[in-house]
Design a protein around this ligand. Structure first.
Ligand code: SF4
Length: 232
């Protein structure tokens, strides 16, 4: 069995990144696409949900309540109905209410801009203390809104990293955040574009059931491709 050194993995990650940039384009991290509070709540709504349904759920919720305080105080059954386009609304509605209650109670207002000044580990810890906020959501808010050195690992980034061999087989998504950070550059712009392009690759070609390897531009870097097609 071939064993990668950390340097091999760093080289492989940067080779993949260069190909993905060409295939999917480069984006600017700044200005952020949304304010931090909206990013946080929309990321909770996005869990196991398509982009279109995440946006629809948020729009229905915001048009009905119009403020974070009103969402905090909302009837949970009513809120569940409004965010129903998002999957698992019965879980997300109480999480959103409790997250808003905790933020407003601790900070005195619905505002998390203070995270900008916090070291990464403290920011991650604080965000993960909120109901319904895991490592992926916390990392996404810290990278997208505050340009912190983190890498959000969603289902697509996780799958592509496992198949290509950037991560050892069976690495959990939780552990993947740390392992990928060890092999990727520290520049938030690169971390952001690695996340976005890897996600796009997972949605478009490296799909869960039937990866479209015949169209893939990183076959020469992929362990899955080598293992499956070298046996063919
Ligand atoms: S070669 Fe196939 S498995 Fe490997 S990254 Fe490309 S699509 Fe995914």
């Amino acid at each position: 069995m071939f064993v990668y050194t950390p340097t091999d993995l760093q080289t492989k990650a940067m080779d993949m990144y260069a190909v993905f940039l060409k295939a999917y384009g480069e984006r600017q991290l700044k200005p952020p696409r949304r304010d931090p509070m909206t990013e946080l709540i929309m990321t909770i709504l996005s869990q196991r949900t398509t982009n279109a349904n995440e946006k629809l759920a948020f729009t229905r919720m915001w048009e009905h309540y119009g403020s974070w305080e009103k969402i905090r105080d909302a009837d949970v059954a009513e809120l569940t109905g409004l965010i129903a386009p998002s999957n698992y609304p019965e879980v997300k509605a109480p999480h959103i209410k409790a997250t808003l209650a905790q933020i407003i109670s601790e900070r005195g207002e619905p505002n998390i801009d203070f995270l900008e000044a916090l070291p990464v580990e403290e920011g991650l810890r604080w965000l993960r203390s909120l109901p319904g906020v895991g490592m992926k959501t916390a990392s996404l808010v810290l990278l997208f809104n505050f340009s912190k050195q983190v890498i959000p690992v969603d289902t697509h980034v996780h799958r592509v990293s496992l198949r290509t061999g950037l991560l050892p087989a069976r690495t959990s998504a939780e552990k993947a955040h740390t392992l990928l950070l060890n092999i990727l550059p520290t520049d938030p712009h690169i971390l952001y574009n690695f996340h976005v392009t890897c996600l796009r690759h997972g949605q478009k070609l490296c799909t869960w059931n039937f990866p479209k390897c015949s169209q893939c531009p990183v076959t020469h870097l992929c362990n899955y491709y080598r293992d499956v097609y070298s046996r063919a």
